[in-house]
Design a protein around this ligand. Structure first.
Ligand code: SF4
Ligand SMILES: [Zn+2]
Length: 329
């Protein structure tokens, strides 16, 4: 376990721009260390290690309040329209984010847009209705987007390749509940978890995006990155996994019928979504522009570009064969 540098500081905090529907907003984003994800077993996830260990509740509340105070400072300085607060798992899990911290954050962001992430297990009507009511400032401004890591609409891929412990039907029920309380939904998809070929990863995202467009308010697709101390890292070190090509990421965005934001963490590096090294920054820049402008033509024009690695990518898309899992024991 690494010693924690300063437990009273967020793990990361920054300001920027975000797009919701057809409008751009100023934003502040903070990643806050919490009690940690109670599920704690997804094959691709490092965030679950970013937690306080063995604290009693009062100390957890004290350290999380101190981090929230840093967020408060940046909100007061920048006056953002959106505040995104990510913990190391689920905002609505009281074991991870005590209720007093949830209330403190909702009060702090009152009158703005708050985006938090949670597993479906902790989203209940009472708790969410209370927060949706309390986020409203004068003149009824203020709303909550609940981000859910659905990852894929395929229950098989979510279970076998990620071990997420969530079904598509639970996601759909939770989405109904969130809308019923007056909240909104942001859905995270994971592009190319382990054990999928490049083409299977592409097909999985194209189908998933189509299937969630009628359900969700926002879609964010995360191309898979090899994080430290994960099952995925073990596979990657055995040369049993390659992150997706940026060509694939761009081609999914280019053909989607909705604005699919995308943050290719580690883009252009061996552990992240990458091409040959020559064309990576051109595609990454276009994706960053598209996130804010929603200009899909920009991504389509990227797909018209050529590079020495494009033929390799086309070959991989056509020729890579799936690994076989035994059908019987
Ligand atoms: S991906 Fe989310 S649910 Fe899975 S272990 Fe990580 S924090 Fe927990
Ligand atoms: Zn290239």
């Amino acid at each position: 376990m690494r010693p924690i540098k300063n437990p009273e500081e967020p793990l990361a905090i920054w300001s920027g721009q975000d797009r919701i529907s057809d409008k751009q907003y100023s934003s502040v984003t903070a990643i806050i260390r919490s009690g940690g994800c109670s599920w704690n077993r997804c094959k691709i996830c490092q965030y679950r290690h970013e937690r306080f260990f063995g604290l009693d509740k009062s100390e957890l509340v004290r350290l999380m309040s101190a981090q929230v105070n840093r967020v408060k400072d940046l909100i007061e300085k920048n006056n953002p329209e959106i505040v995104k607060i990510y913990t190391s798992g689920s905002f609505f899990d009281p074991a991870e984010v005590p209720e007093e911290i949830q209330n403190l954050i909702v009060k702090l962001v009152r009158g703005r847009i708050l985006i938090v992430e949670s597993r479906c297990d902790y989203i209940n009507e009472d708790r969410l209705s209370r927060h949706v009511e309390n986020i409203k400032g004068d003149g009824e401004n203020g709303e909550i987007f609940v981000a859910i890591g659905l990852e894929t609409t395929s229950d098989d891929i979510r279970e076998k390749c990620i071990d997420k412990g969530l079904s598509f039907s639970s996601y759909k029920k939770t989405a109904e509940l969130i809308h019923k309380t007056g909240g909104k939904i942001k859905t995270y998809l994971l592009h190319k978890p382990p054990y999928l070929t490049e083409k299977e990863g592409y097909d999985d995202m194209v189908r998933s995006i189509k299937e969630i467009i009628p359900i969700t308010d926002l879609i964010s697709m995360n191309p898979c990155t090899v994080q430290k101390n994960t099952h995925l890292e073990t596979l990657w070190k055995q040369q049993a996994y390659r992150p997706p090509y940026l060509w694939t990421v761009a081609s999914i965005i280019a053909q989607s019928d909705a604005h699919v934001t995308c943050d290719p963490i580690g883009g252009g590096q061996v552990r992240g979504p990458h091409n040959c090294g020559l064309c990576d920054s051109m595609i990454l820049d276009a994706i960053r522009d598209y996130n804010i402008s929603a200009d899909q033509d920009l991504i389509k024009s990227v797909m018209e570009m050529d590079c020495k690695c494009k033929k390799e990518w086309e070959y991989v898309m056509n020729q890579e064969k799936p690994w076989s899992m035994p059908l019987t024991r």
